[in-house]
Design a protein around this ligand. Sequence first.
Ligand SMILES: *Cc1c(COP(=O)(O)O)cnc(C)c1O
Length: 364
Amino acid sequence: MPLHAPDSAHTPWQDWRWQLQYARRGPAVAAHFGRAAPEQLGGFEAGVTPWFLGLCDETGGATGPLGRQVVPDAAELSRAPFELDDPLGEDPHRVAPGLVRKYPDRVLLLVTDTCASYCRYCTRSRWVAQHSEPLGAAQLDAAVDWIAAHPEIHDVLVSGGDPLLLSSRRLGALLDRLAAIPHLHFIRIGTRVPVFLPMRIDDALAHALRPRRVPIYVNVHVNHAAELPDYTRDQLARLADAGVPLGGQAVLLRGVNDDVATLRALFYRMLSCRVRPYYLFHCDPVRGTAHLRTSVDAGLNLMRGLVGHVSGMAVPKYCVDLEGAGKVPLWPDYVEQRSDEALVIRGYDGDVQRYPNKVADDAP
Ligand SMILES: *Cc1c(COP(=O)(O)O)cnc(C)c1O
């Protein structure tokens, strides 16, 4: 039986607290794969649940597409000149405890620094896994009060760390408070728990995430189809059945998903799990992540391999996240020439056509 198969209700395997308690940490992650942990990598904690280690074992180990994401590598010690500790410029954009504002109408609320497992390319590696407490009650009050006092804010993205590691009671209470703010149209949660700890999805969590006056959208971070075996699909279905709309976001990573076939399989698999692809992020220039990054041109070429070739439902927006200036979607250029009269456009399969760039010849 594969290591990750939950065999019966009697094993602790399906107990998410057991999974967290027995997560490999620090040097034990590399040791699981028979590797020596690079000594000097003390800066950013490694940690992987038994569940995800099982998936890594089945997909090529430390150098496979799943293992590469979580197993520390000596390449993390090098640093490209443009790599930063805070590449998104979040720290200067804090407006209240845990609250980051880069857009006029929406904010990011970081509620905990803890994740079920740690991604080596984490954009917040400067502060996650410090094992501090979740945002304390007084700090959370201040963040919620700030949102309530700013009627121009229409949407809160709750992230971290991973908000689904809060207890269901605590998460439900936070969502109750946010949902009561009249100017919010919806709330979203960013999480990788369904991938690293799918057994966390239980009835209490589905209840905590149920729609209130406003719906709670859950965006799941998934980078490879192998991260969504049938067990995980069935766990996600518990959320979808409870009325939680699911979106998917992926990070483009070298040696993980940087080929068209892998991305196609990923986005179709998301759709068969009722997860609608939303963003494909370019890997942020975080310190020590060059071995996992592609060029932006490579990303655009991959998008060209998707657009038109697969269902439009399976095509996310490819984004770079600028330092402090928000996300910018990039799209392959299909326009080869343009004038006031006409555009020359190349279709997805190479067919070139003139397309009118005006309303009508005799338009008033
Ligand atoms: C990503 C992000 C959002 C949400 O952006 P969308 O493009 O609406 O998904 C909001 N605030 C911050 C600071 C973000 O990083």
